[in-house]
Design a protein around this ligand. Structure first.
Ligand code: TXA
Ligand code: MG
Length: 350
């Protein structure tokens, strides 16, 4: 299949530039597009053929449901049932934006889109291109992140091209995304409001709007065999670079010393090794490849670079990667959540 790559400036585009993309969506085809979190792989959420194409293009397990993207509140009422007070309050506070909410689904949403669940995850993105695509096509867009399953989520069109060129109809290149990690997912379909995936909207921000919420027990710490996460996708190893990633925890100067020792050992054995540091600590490392993921003074910069740095490790064909750790102070633990998965929970204490 030929994949058309279309460049569009999100800050200045005309509606007709998106006409072909909208036609593809209306006809059951697939278009990758930028959102403020990561690039999404979009298809018609109400068309079972389109959702099965999404699973196929990504190599995604069919029990892992898709998020339905809407552009206005009418969209929510069309796809979701029994919308709770907390759901309404959170929509008012954070939509359009990087928050996904799980509701009971309406019948028009096919089970193939929801991975067989009777709930549906809904998000109203704030990105101009994403919004225009939904409004102009009149299609509610099912969109997982636009990567091959298991690879880091795409934050630039180049990442999407790497993974999906030849597998989908179109890729809209709208430049780098702003946030760089996926939306926060909150289940508002039951009595208790529960965070299923941490993201840019933190627990504190959510509690400011609806009072106490909990975090799905299955996603705290190392995964437990007997408790499955409520977001099916959270059980898969994700965001994984090809090399072996280790997170080194502890006091900053101890971490640098420990990592330098580990690097020395591995480089001596002839392995290609890399360190993931920050703007503040980059000078502390002795390694042939040291990458800064951003500044600890600006937590947003760390989220924005995370997946790009993980992909860079693959281009460089690195065998061992040692990274500093990023605690709950950085975006309420959302960055660390992704890092731990990428590292398959390999933690070294300095
Ligand atoms: O920021 C984002 O959310 C991006 C952009 C493109 O919007 N999308 C994204 O989609 O990250 P994806 O498919 O990579 O992750 C969706 C997550 C999966 O973990 C999935 O299991 C969960 O949402 N999910 C979807 N529907 C659900 C439901 N009904 N109940 C529980 N979890 C659900
Ligand atoms: Mg994903």
């Amino acid at each position: 299949m030929f994949t058309n790559v279309l460049k569009i400036n999100p800050d200045n585009f005309r509606t007709k530039e998106l006409k072909e993309a909208c036609d593809i969506l209306k006809n059951g085809g697939l278009v990758a597009f930028p959102t403020e979190t990561v690039y999404g792989l979009g298809g018609d959420a109400l068309n079972p053929d389109a959702s099965s194409k999404i699973y196929k293009a990504k190599g995604r397990p069919s029990d892992n449901p898709l998020i339905v993207h809407i552009a206005d509140m009418q969209g929510l009422y069309d796809v979701a049932d029994d919308i709770s007070e907390n759901g309404k309050k959170l929509a008012k506070a954070f939509w359009p934006g990087p928050l996904t909410m799980v509701f009971k689904k309406k019948n028009i949403v096919p089970l193939s889109t929801t991975g067989g669940l009777y709930t549906v995850a809904v998000r109203m993105p704030g990105h101009a291109i994403a919004r225009e695509l939904i409004l102009q096509s009149g299609v509610y867009i099912a969109a997982p992140s636009a990567n091959i399953s298991g690879r880091p989520s795409p934050t630039k069109a180049e990442h999407v091209i790497e993974d999906l060129d030849g597998r989908i109809d179109m890729i809209i290149d709208g430049g780098s995304v702003g946030i760089g990690i996926e939306s926060t997912i909150v289940d508002v379909s039951c009595e208790e409001t529960v965070i299923l995936r941490p993201g840019y909207i933190t627990k504190d921000m959510i509690e400011d709007v609806v009072g106490n919420v909990s975090i799905d027990a299955a996603i705290k710490g190392i995964p437990k065999k007997d408790i499955l996460p409520k977001a099916p996708g959270m059980k898969y190893r994700h965001y994984a670079p090809k090399g072996q990633l280790f997170i080194v925890k502890g006091d900053a100067c101890m971490v640098a010393a420990k990592i330098n020792r580990l690097v020395y050992e591995k480089e001596n054995k002839g392995y290609k090794v890399a360190v993931i540091a920050t703007d503040e600590s980059i000078i502390d490392y002795k390694c042939n490849i040291v990458k800064s993921i951003g500044s600890r003074q600006h937590e947003d910069s760390i989220a924005a670079r995370l997946y790009d740095v993980l992909r860079e490790m693959d281009y460089l064909n690195v065998k061992y990667i040692y990274s500093e750790s990023f605690g709950d102070d950085i975006l309420g633990g959302a960055v660390m959540n992704r890092m731990l998965k990428a590292a398959a929970y390999n933690i070294i204490n300095a």
